[in-house]
Write a protein that binds this ligand. Structure first.
Ligand code: BGC
Ligand code: BGC
Length: 824
């Protein structure tokens, strides 16, 4: 429940008459800086000359970026857009997201070629092509995947950032891409935020030390009068500003802090990124003091371009301009007027282009504002070298995942792991030992990599998608084999030969924006199956080493208790061998490498310690910022409290049935109960993980999952879908409907016809998935603002079905729509 304390607001904003309006910044409070190496007389003269010949259409075109899934190269002839991006789920031309790097090179060239065509009445200006190369060139198969930023933060090594930036730039440039949408300079303050792992640290000082180094790595050293060295790309410091400070850790939420706090905590990274010459800054989806950042002229123009002296260009985030009052994805003069130079308009770029053009003609957007935006964009294109046709790095497919980069990533893994417990000096393991490697993430490179890896949420990846990667199991196996020992892989922990020790690799599954947001910090609140595995092994008298993969510190006291040693491994990326480097000793018995990682985020002592600030008292984390054991100093960890500190009913809007449970607030409802049976059964080898459902066929009956109304509009806009994992035990004997219900009742309007999908289907023992886009329910009449029944099946016939999971997911490739069912 939300309680509004109206009486508090006058106190919060203070009483002085000179007090600012909310969301209005004061540039004089900010440091005076300037972009190094971006402005020089020669480049400015070239820009001026080019600008003078450009039509208004060409200028407005430069200000718009489209997603390649929604624009064909030849469209650029009619619409001279300035930039193309590949969004988190966007494949290269040809549509195969798993295509080799050559597909990306061809894609980049196809758009560039049209933009550079010599045609009468057309000025050739190369498009700038960007994507989320945020932990390596992580959108492209074969790239080296570095640890996510939270792990790099634990390494506390600014020099390493520069080297990783340079390697990432080479792999990105090799793919034909000009621009990486990173580094993320968020300083996450509430780790319920699903993007916490994209930030280096909760500590602004560390973010500040890292930001400039990463920019220098990606872009190379800024030099007046020189284009960037080949093999570098433009960076994008993001998301300006306050993305890590939203109330409740809610993605795209409101950062309701004072201006002083904005400067002290959230802006520090920009204070080194701008002097390092960062070429672009991406605006945040978030609000500051209730005002959306994309419309905040005081911050974009007054602070960023004015006081901080930023001379590159300001790019928007994915359709974020549409969230400004009075705006839509296809029309938003307010953003340009606030200082936005380039709109990220993935799908609605055509409408936006037309509307913006009309608004400049009508004077709603000043001509001078357009000239400033285009000057900045052209400046970056010149400084980047896009007008100089030679591209010696492009096409060098061998650069992706090369030995040097993989060594570097492996070093980063070693430096990022944090040892939290090593009771009885269980680690390092002897090289001659027989080690059981268990846990669902033990041999799964996709899980090591986390979100923003090949796909937006990092879901749907398998080991074969990482031709240049190595799983943690495979790394351990190699190290043990070399030392005379052996490794046995067993996800469920069963074994043939009794092991000397077990390494259990488990943790969070991949996620990114929005889907990663949590209500509490309890790990596996609804289903502690990894804990059960740890306990089983421990009960068998086997020393247990936990390797925990996660995008943030989580409350894992029961798991810490159940393990003899515990390693926080974050999302380490494609080099699983870096884990073995630390865990497996040399033949002499001495460690090959010692742990040096130290927490860059405080670790919670209970599941309700969402925001742990050193400055705020009481500061009582389980492990403070900077904590980390090593082989020389390993104080034993005593038994910890297993009281989570939060209620069991954690509200969630996207998981309806999972691991045998309907997590709160959801529940199964059968109507009428006598025509339907519902029974817990084993599924996928896990006890009682499924529900077996049987319709008797004696009349119309509905099985639903229902709860209080939740708002799924944003999920639908991001093209999430309802994903149902099931086994068909008996095919339906009559029409079958899939329903979604909202408040007030609208279920009948929203029935989709499942009959065609399932009627003829043979029943069988294999698990299948049904993946229906949320937008189909919306189009069928469900008010997604108030969904009270996210899933229901109705039939008057016989039907036998075992459910394994029902939840929202991002898997656009397999998502479908169903025809609307005839009303009944
Ligand atoms: C994210 C950005 C990302 C962009 C392009 C947005 O939704 O917030 O971080 O760069 O999409 O994929
Ligand atoms: C992401 C994109 C992604 C899209 C999926 C956006 O919010 O930033 O990169 O492809 O959602 O619909």
């Amino acid at each position: 429940m939300v309680i509004y304390c109206a009486g508090l607001s006058p106190v919060a904003f203070g009483a002085a008459p000179t007090d600012p309006a909310p969301g209005v910044a004061h540039p004089a409070l900010w440091p005076q800086l300037h972009s190094q190496g971006l402005v020089d007389a020669k480049t400015e003269a070239r820009v001026t000359q080019l600008l003078s010949g450009m039509s208004l259409e060409e200028k407005v075109g430069q200000m718009i970026q489209a997603d390649l899934s929604a624009i064909k190269p030849e469209d650029l002839r009619e619409y001279p857009l300035g930039s193309i991006l590949a969004g988190g789920n966007t494949p290269p031309l040809g549509g195969n997201g798993r295509a080799p790097v050559t597909a990306w090179i061809d894609t980049a060239r196809a758009y560039r070629a049209v933009s550079l065509e010599q045609r009468p009445g057309h000025i050739a200006i190369p498009v700038i092509f960007g994507l989320d190369a945020v932990h390596g060139n992580s959108h492209v198969v074969g790239a080296t995947i570095f640890p996510h930023n939270i792990g790099l933060g634990a390494a506390h090594d600014p020099g390493l950032m520069r080297r990783i930036g340079a390697a990432t730039a080479q792999e990105t440039a090799a793919a034909g891409v000009d621009w990486a949408f990173g580094p993320t300079l968020a300083t996450p303050q509430d780790t319920r935020w699903g993007r916490s792992y994209e930030g280096y640290s909760e500590d602004p000082a560390l973010v500040r030390r890292y930001a400039g180094e990463m920019v220098l790595g990606l872009q190379g050293a800024p030099g007046a009068g020189h284009v960037l060295q080949y093999g570098h790309v433009a960076a994008s410091a993001k998301h300006f500003l306050g993305d890590g400070g939203t109330r409740g850790g809610i993605d795209q939420g409101d950062t309701d802090v004072s201006e002083a706090e904005l400067i002290r905590t959230h802006a520090q990274g920009y204070f080194t990124a701008i002097p390092a010459g960062v070429m672009t800054v991406m605006v945040s989806f978030t609000s500051w003091q209730g005002r959306k950042m994309h419309g905040n002229d005081s911050l974009l123009s007054g602070v960023l371009k004015g006081r901080l002296g930023f001379d590159g260009f300001v790019v928007g985030d994915w359709n974020a301009h549409s969230q400004l009052p009075g705006c839509s994805s296809g029309d938003c003069p307010a953003a340009a007027n606030a200082g936005l130079d380039m709109y990220m308009a993935p799908d609605n770029w055509r409408a936006l282009y037309k509307a913006t053009l009309a608004e400049v003609r009508a004077g709603t957007i000043a001509q001078s504002r357009v000239d400033d935006a285009v000057r900045r964009i052209l400046r970056v294109k010149f400084k980047l070298g896009l007008f100089d046709m030679a591209r010696p790095w492009e096409g060098r497919a061998d650069v992706l995942g090369n030995a040097a980069h993989r060594q570097l990533a492996r070093e980063a893994v070693r430096k990022s792991l944090v040892l939290l417990k090593n009771n009885g000096a269980v680690l390092p393991l002897r090289a001659t030992a027989h080690v059981l490697v268990a846990g669902a993430a033990a041999d799964d490179i996709g899980r090591q990599c986390g979100g923003w890896t090949l796909t937006w949420q990092g879901t749907g990846n398998s080991n074969s998608d990482f031709p240049n990667g190595q799983s943690i199991f495979s790394g351990l196996h190699a190290a043990l084999n070399a030392g005379g020992g052996s490794a046995e892989l067993s996800v469920d922990g069963s074994f043939v030969h009794r092991p000397d020790a077990a390494v259990v690799v488990f943790g969070e599954t991949p996620y990114a924006e929005m889907q990663g947001d949590l209500k509490s910090l309890e790990f596996q609140a609804e289903d502690k199956h990894d804990l059960a595995l740890l306990k089983r092994l421990k009960a068998a008298g086997i020393p247990v080493v936990a390797v925990f993969l996660s995008g943030r510190p989580l409350w894992v006291n029961p798991e810490l208790n159940a393990a003899d040693a515990f390693v926080a491994a974050w999302f380490p990326g494609s080099e699983g061998a870096g884990v073995a480097d630390l865990l497996i000793a040399a033949a002499s018995g001495k460690p090959r490498y010692d742990f040096s990682g130290q927490l860059s985020f405080s670790w919670p002592a209970n599941a309700a310690q969402f925001a742990l600030h050193r400055a705020a008292l009481p500061y009582a984390p389980l492990f403070p910022l900077g904590y980390g054991l090593n082989y020389e100093k390993a104080v034993p960890l005593p038994q910890l409290s297993e009281v989570s500190g939060v209620g069991a009913t954690i509200w969630n809007i996207d998981r309806y049935f999972l691991a045998g449970q309907t997590p709160a607030p959801w529940a199964f409802v059968a109507t009428p109960p006598e025509l339907l049976s519902l029974r817990a059964v084993d599924a996928g080898g896990v006890q009682e993980a499924g529900r077996e459902l049987r319709w008797s066929g004696q009349g119309s009956a509905t099985l639903a999952i229902a709860g209080p109304p939740v708002d799924l509009r944003r999920q639908a806009n991001a093209e999430l879908s309802l994903l149902i994992e099931y086994r068909l035990d008996e095919a339906p004997s009559a029409p079958l409907q899939l329903l979604m219900g909202c408040t007030p009742a609208c279920a009948a309007a929203a029935a989709l016809d499942l009959g065609t999908q399932w009627a003829g289907a043979r029943s069988g023992s294999d698990w299948r998935t049904l993946n229906v886009r949320l937008s189909c329910f919306r189009d069928a009449g469900v008010d997604l603002a108030a969904v009270s029944m996210p899933f229901a099946l109705r039939t008057a016939g016989r039907l036998g079905l075992t459910l394994r999971s029902v939840r929202l997911a991002s898997d656009p490739a397999s998502a479908i729509c169903l025809p609307r069912a005839a009303p009944n």
